[in-house]
Design a protein around this ligand. Structure first.
Ligand code: SF4
Length: 496
């Protein structure tokens, strides 16, 4: 099959990576990337239902595509992902001009299903759960957006039941990928030039827990893919029920991998072994995203988060004590149903004590099908939420700003991302702590004034920080420490 495809992704990193795997399934069928909708033969909308108004956004986009399809009847429209999983047949009913609807468990079948599309009808394939033969085994064919930094799924689904969250309904129960398969994938990525990996899961700290159960039940005894330890060490620690810490150690020891990140750990499941692995494995970055959601114990209980504020702060402090220079970020919801002024004050207190480096703050909005959706009687007034939101932002920005100011004068290792959003003269990158850094653009390699300041996306630099703002830091390039394989300049040697 020939033609070009364009994928528009909504939502989180998990969805971004799913889109890379959908792209892989299309490339496998012979299609190539389009530069936009205008030159695409297949347009995929990979949807999210976590944010408010997701439905409106999807149908708005579909309305726009309908008009294009009227002038280009050959255009194929595909809807994939969480909203498709949640709404099942509804998408085809509301937008009958859509050619294919696939859910979260089979989104990578988009490529294979293209030839089954029949004009005048919508092909709907929504699975209720993963099928082992289709699961994540195609990760290696993912068409990744970056050649240097890669997302790697280690688990899908979630066994928790946070009252505000729709993820378990659309992504199913927790399912860990085999240990050996993940290690092999990262090994292959490293050989292709990737130096940074981010391990993805809804609750990475419980990685392997479902495998323990399966092994106890005798379902996967002897399957070496599931065994942790034999790949990264021949020590007696080898065990058939891998922990997330084992995975961090295994991934962190792969040659060529300079940075290992992960998201997200659940505070109720973080283990001492994970903190120890973060402290001991040099490539695991000093950054912990640790979602608080609320600082009020009664709100946390009604959210079913499984920890209270004291336990949360105790774990946070122990991580900071064990891991020097640890940056901590979080997620906080403002205005969960029934949140009183005292509850919100408790959130401010915990946020203040936690001294976050940054936070994603959200205004509560009910997601259809969640427990919190039924709490309408307890809804907090929008104007009260707006005031609380601003107060929280002040606390978060204060600590984030202080942390950024404290970097001034230091030399930070930065992985280059590319030109900044505002100017080609300024480039951006990330420190190990995931801080956004701006620095002067590279000079051309043949510029005599280059003085070694040639670098490309994927390079690692030392940058001396001279300015701190609430959401970024800035500095001058001190040295270029690593150039990606493809970009290493050849050194000319005079021949005799
Ligand atoms: S841990 Fe809670 S918030 Fe996170 S995905 Fe699972 S249910 Fe949703």
């Amino acid at each position: 099959m020939s033609g070009k495809f364009y994928i528009r992704t909504f939502g989180c990193q998990m969805n971004e990576h799913d889109s890379e795997r959908i792209a892989g399934s299309l490339v496998k069928e012979g299609l190539s990337r389009a530069s936009g909708i205008d030159d695409a033969d297949v347009v995929v909308l990979n949807t999210c239902c976590v944010r408010e108004n997701a439905d409106n956004k999807l149908y708005g986009n579909l309305g726009h595509l309908k008009a294009i399809k009227e002038s280009r009847p050959g255009l194929k429209i595909v809807v994939a992902g969480c909203l498709a999983q949640k709404d099942k047949d509804l998408v085809a009913k509301k937008a009958p001009y859509v050619d294919m609807v696939v859910g979260t468990f089979n989104s990578t079948r988009v490529g294979r299903l293209l030839s089954d599309i029949r004009s005048g009808s919508t092909l709907v394939e929504i699975w209720d759960g993963p099928k082992p033969e289709e699961g994540l085994d195609n990760a290696l064919v993912a068409e990744r957006d970056s050649a240097y930094s890669a997302w790697v799924n280690i688990q899908t689904g979630c066994n928790n039941n946070c009252a505000f969250c729709i993820v378990p309904a659309v992504r199913g129960a927790e399912s860990s990928r085999p240990f050996g398969e993940i290690v092999k994938e990262v090994g292959a990525l490293a050989r292709s030039g990737v130096t940074e990996v981010t391990l993805l899961g809804q609750n990475v700290n419980s990685y392997g827990r479902d495998l323990t159960l399966a092994i106890r039940q005798g379902r996967i005894v002897g399957d070496v893919e599931y065994i942790a330890g034999d790949i990264w060490t021949d020590s007696p620690k080898r065990r058939p029920a891998p922990l997330f810490a084992d995975l961090l150690r295994a991934i962190g020891s792969i040659s060529g991998i300079r940075r290992v990140r992960f998201t997200s750990p659940h505070p109720k499941d973080i283990r001492l072994e994970t903190i120890a692995a973060m402290a001991e494995v040099p490539s695991v970055c000093e950054h912990l995203h640790f979602p608080l959601q609320s600082g009020s114990d009664s709100v946390l209980a009604r959210m079913h988060r499984g920890y209270d504020s004291h336990r949360y702060l105790t774990q946070l402090n122990s991580a900071r004590e064990s891991i020097p220079d640890l940056a901590v970020t979080t997620d906080i919801i403002v205005g969960f149903p029934g949140e009183t002024e005292a509850d919100f004050e408790a959130t401010l207190e915990v946020a203040s004590a936690a001294e976050y480096d940054g936070a994603f703050t959200f205004i509560f909005s009910p997601r259809p099908g969640t427990e919190a959706e039924a709490m309408v009687d307890l809804a907090v007034a929008p104007e009260v939420i707006a005031q609380r939101f601003e107060k929280l932002k002040v606390v978060i920005d204060r600590s984030g700003y202080a942390k950024n100011l404290a970097r001034v004068g230091r030399v930070e290792e930065v992985m280059v991302e590319g030109p900044s959003k505002r100017s080609n003269d300024v480039w951006s990158g990330r420190t190990r702590q995931n801080r956004l850094v701006h620095f002067p653009a590279p000079r051309a390699i043949d510029d005599p004034k280059s003085q070694g300041a040639f670098f490309t996306p994927g390079s690692y630099l030392d940058v001396r920080i001279d300015y701190g703002a609430p959401h970024f830091i800035r500095g001058e390039v001190v040295s270029v420490n690593y150039l990606p394989k493809a970009e290493r300049p050849r050194i000319l040697v005079a021949s005799s």
